[in-house]
Design a protein around this ligand. Sequence first.
Ligand SMILES: Nc1nc2c(ncn2[C@@H]2O[C@H](COP(=O)(O)OP(=O)(O)O)[C@@H](O)[C@H]2O)c(=O)[nH]1
Ligand SMILES: [Mg+2]
Length: 210
Amino acid sequence: MALSARYDQLIRLMLVGDQTVGKTCLLCQYANHEFHDHHVTTLGVDFRVRLIELDGRMIKMQIWDTAGQERFLAITKQYYTRAQGCILVFDICSRSSFESLAKWLLYVKMYAQKDTAVIIVGNKTDLEERRQVATATAQQFADENGVMYFETSAKDLKSLEKPFYELCRQVVDATNKSLNSAQNNDTLSLEQDKDTSKSDSSPLTKSKCC
Ligand SMILES: Nc1nc2c(ncn2[C@@H]2O[C@H](COP(=O)(O)OP(=O)(O)O)[C@@H](O)[C@H]2O)c(=O)[nH]1
Ligand SMILES: [Mg+2]
């Protein structure tokens, strides 16, 4: 069996955000340890994979890279529905890309599943001198929306490990939680079935003795 095929769980993540904030670069760096200086417009969607170990289990992350333009929304919409985790990316050197976060959050609320995990990433920290969005401002926005905030540079692989790891953890925890509650429901309905069969038998018992 190929090494890449050995995993315990597959999770689907998605990168969203305005055009040129660095979504494709983040993904290339995280999955393939490469950085590209030139911008190539993402057409619709593209994906890459990366395996990480979490609590002794191998998790295969399938990470979808979407185009930031509205004209691709019709295509990307269906990916929201399947994503278990979303990374909302903005460029710390672009105030407008930060202001767009409200719109991207709205799309997640509109099209993704209710329990989809979300994090916000402020990218391009290597361009600190051109920063337009203070860390505290972005952190406050994240806090107000109940999500975690991270800052990254697509040039620095180390800065990407934590956000992806945290999102992966949130998705795995949510999956375990829903599996547990499904199992509890099964147990409950089994017990209810037992009870019903008991009460079903009681009229018989009664009719016997009367
Ligand atoms: N300095 C710097 N440039 C970046 C970073 N991330 C992306 N870029 C550049 O920003 C441009 C747009 O990146 P891209 O990944 O194509 O953006 P996307 O449209 O969001 O996918 C490209 O020229 C990248 O080289 C980063 O962290 N630091
Ligand atoms: Mg792109």
